[in-house]
Design a protein around this ligand. Structure first.
Ligand code: NAP
Length: 311
């Protein structure tokens, strides 16, 4: 006899990179008796139907949420409060309500007032992604060996937290628990500030007068193109992240600016020793990331050199 699925019915509200990857992974692992999906636009809902990944595609958030034992909001951070309000009266008692937003403090603040006390709110953030978005961009392997951070409020039912942990573990993630505030500080430096820097540098290069855009593109392998991948990330998602995690990002930006000033000074003074010491320290961080399995050690992220044939 096979074990029953972890959840009888999972509702995914939003079907882009993250919602689409969760649906594909949950289906591959047999974690849901039924996967019900909705998305904001009729176009996305029609595409989800065509893809055949969901058991049911419904027109409204309320319809998706009703009678689900796990509801995950896979939508931009700025939309979570309004959707929580919309679904609140349709949630079954004891349902687990979660999200995947890249900022946790604001999501908790905006969703909590609407959610009935009879449901278990366990916010989550899978630290996994690509620069692609939309219903075709997801894939079942996205979360394998990536972290998923849960930020349950203090008095959350432990069984609900454990059940959501089991779900993320089953689709390949490693789970860690922290407060929303700590999450937002950690992600400000590991994700939000790098995106801000990438958005800035790509914009700066685009506006240069003396170096043409075609030259920037032609010689991008010098380092620029790695920033362009990050700067190609979804504008709606990232607008919401910077608005929602403003305080932590500004704090990290202050420290970053101080460090940038130190390097600028070292360069201006011809202080090669200071530059060398700094670059040696940062190189060790890259090695550490590879050692803990969060990236590949292959040169240039494993890209095939132009003209090289696939093995
Ligand atoms: P996505 O590919 O752009 O998909 C977003 C989904 O949300 C779409 O189904 C969209 O519907 C729906 N949506 C957009 N605005 C909405 C609104 N105002 N109300 C209701 N639904 C709305 O985005 P994603 O990359 O999956 O990101 C979703 C969430 O995951 C975000 O909160 C993001 O912070 C978080 N996250 C993203 C990444 C990443 O790397 N991308 C990583 C971790 C976490 P339509 O298609 O109908 O417009």
């Amino acid at each position: 006899m096979t074990a029953p699925p972890l959840f009888r019915r999972i509702a995914l509200i939003g079907f882009g990179l993250i919602g689409g990857s969760i649906a594909r992974a949950a289906r591959a692992q047999g974690l849901a008796g039924e996967i019900v999906v909705t998305a904001r636009s009729a176009k996305t809902r029609a595409r989800v139907t065509e893809l055949g990944i969901a058991d049911r595609v419904v027109d409204t958030n309320a319809e998706a949420a009703s009678d689900a034992d796990l509801v995950i909001l896979c939508i931009p951070v700025g939309a979570c409060g309004a959707v929580a309000q919309e679904i609140a009266s349709h949630l079954r008692p004891d349902a687990i309500v979660s999200d995947v937003g890249s900022v946790k403090g604001a999501v908790v603040r905006e969703m909590t007032p609407y959610l009935p006390t009879s449901v278990h709110f366990v916010p989550a953030h899978p630290v996994a992604g690509t620069e692609h978005s939309g219903p075709d961009s997801g894939f079942a392997e996205l979360f394998i060996n990536r972290w998923c951070i849960l930020t349950p409020p203090d008095k959350t039912d432990i069984a609900a937290v454990d059940k959501l942990r089991a779900f993320w573990t089953a689709i390949g993630a490693r789970v860690e628990i922290m407060t929303p505030q700590h999450h937002d500080l950690v992600l400000a430096i590991t994700s939000h500030l790098p995106h801000l820097i990438a958005y800035t540098i790509v914009g700066t290069a685009d506006e240069l007068g003396e170096v043409t855009s075609s030259e920037v593109m032609k010689f991008s392998a010098g380092g620029f193109r790695d920033f362009t991948r990050i700067a190609a990330s979804d504008p709606t998602m990232w607008r919401d992240v910077f608005l929602a995690n403003k305080d932590a990002v500004l704090e990290m930006l202050g420290t970053f600016n101080e460090d940038l000033s130190k390097l600028t000074r070292a360069m201006r003074r011809g202080d090669g020793e200071a530059l060398f010491e700094h670059f040696t320290r940062t190189r060790a961080i890259r090695r550490g990331i590879v050692e803990i399995g969060q990236d590949s050690a292959a040169p240039d992220f494993g890209r095939l050199q132009t003209g090289a044939k696939k093995p």
